[in-house]
Write a protein that binds this ligand. Structure first.
Ligand code: CO
Ligand code: CO
Length: 320
């Protein structure tokens, strides 16, 4: 993406140079459209939950811009012989169930034949140009709040290896299939500095984008980060996706770990997430209310995990 020419249209409010969650384009002085697309191969065996998770993941980038989704289009790849059509019906049912929860409809889409199934959505949303939330405006002193537990990459790998305890699988599926709508509504109600959602680059990768974009530093406490069940044990047994190891190499130059942190914990903080939570920088005096209101609204994992520092810019300290 970095190699593409930069847009010259002044109505492009958020484009590729921002490393943000979605594109934002101004239509009028008080209206901008938000557009995002996400699709991937099955990450769980159950086709309904695959569809639900892919849709929750695609919708999330609209909420991560402080916007409201309007409608979605399906993107589908499906084999014409190897799998019964009923599997595809279940995938689409999962997706439309999440769209319904989001209060929107799926208005169309496109399907191609492909050996490996793939599913996701393009989602269109709307936001006031002055109320766009980006990932690059965190302020020194802000608290960092995370709204979902992490570890979905490790658990998905353990599921593929046949090593995952059922309660960990169920918790990961429930977390991934949860839409970020409620968390976003509470966040908009309280007012925050910056936000992104935690997906493929992992918690530290997305936090690095926040601190580099905002020209600030950050400190997080590993022990405050909500984890899915059994994640530490599964990572220790080697259920670590390649993407998570790549993330850890990629964040290496930006992160300073306390020496007491185990390699396992370092990997978990870099674990590539699917349909992760919102990572929010909120003024310190509002953070307790943000977490309280989220928990009261059903976002039970919401927790303060650290803070934004003035220096060193672009760096993250991880303490125990
Ligand atoms: Co995102
Ligand atoms: Co995305």
């Amino acid at each position: 993406m970095k190699a593409l020419p930069k847009p010259i249209d002044p109505n492009v409010l958020v484009g590729i140079e921002h490393s943000d969650d979605a594109a934002v384009y101004r239509l009028t002085d008080d209206m901008a459209i938000v557009a995002t697309v996400d699709f991937f191969t099955p990450i769980v065996d159950d086709p309904y939950y695959f569809g639900a998770i892919a849709a929750a993941n695609a919708l999330s980038d609209v909420w991560a811009m402080g916007a409201r989704p309007l409608f979605a289009l399906n993107l589908v790849a499906f084999p014409d012989k190897e799998l019964p059509l009923s599997v595809l019906t279940e995938v689409l049912r999962g997706g439309s169930e999440k769209a319904r929860e989001a209060g929107i409809s799926v208005l169309g889409g496109h399907t191609v034949k492909d050996k490996e199934p793939k599913y996701g959505m393009a989602v269109i949303g709307i936001v006031h140009p002055q109320r766009i939330l980006t990932n690059d405006r965190a302020q020194p002193g802000d608290h960092l709040v995370l709204t979902k537990p992490i570890g979905t990459g490790i658990i998905s790998t353990a599921i593929k290896q046949g090593e995952c305890p059922p309660e960990a699988e169920a918790a990961a599926i429930a977390a991934m299939a949860t839409i970020n709508k409620t968390a976003a509504e509470v966040m908009l109600n309280i007012g925050v500095s910056a936000v992104t959602d935690v997906t493929g680059f992992g918690l530290l990768g997305h936090l690095r984008e926040m601190v580099q974009g905002g020209n600030v530093g950050a400190s997080i406490a590993a022990s405050y980060v909500p984890l899915l069940p059994a994640v530490e044990a599964l990572a220790e047994q080697g259920a670590v996706p390649g993407g998570t190891r790549a993330n850890m190499r990629s964040t290496h130059s930006a992160v300073e770990y306390d020496t007491t942190l185990t390699d396992t914990m370092r990997l978990i903080l870099n674990d590539a997430q699917t349909s992760g939570g919102l990572l929010i920088a909120v003024p310190a005096e509002k953070s307790a209310r943000l977490v309280e209101d989220m928990r009261a609204a059903g976002v039970t994992a919401a927790a303060v995990i650290g803070e934004i520092l003035p220096e060193p810019k672009g760096k993250i300290f991880v303490r125990f």
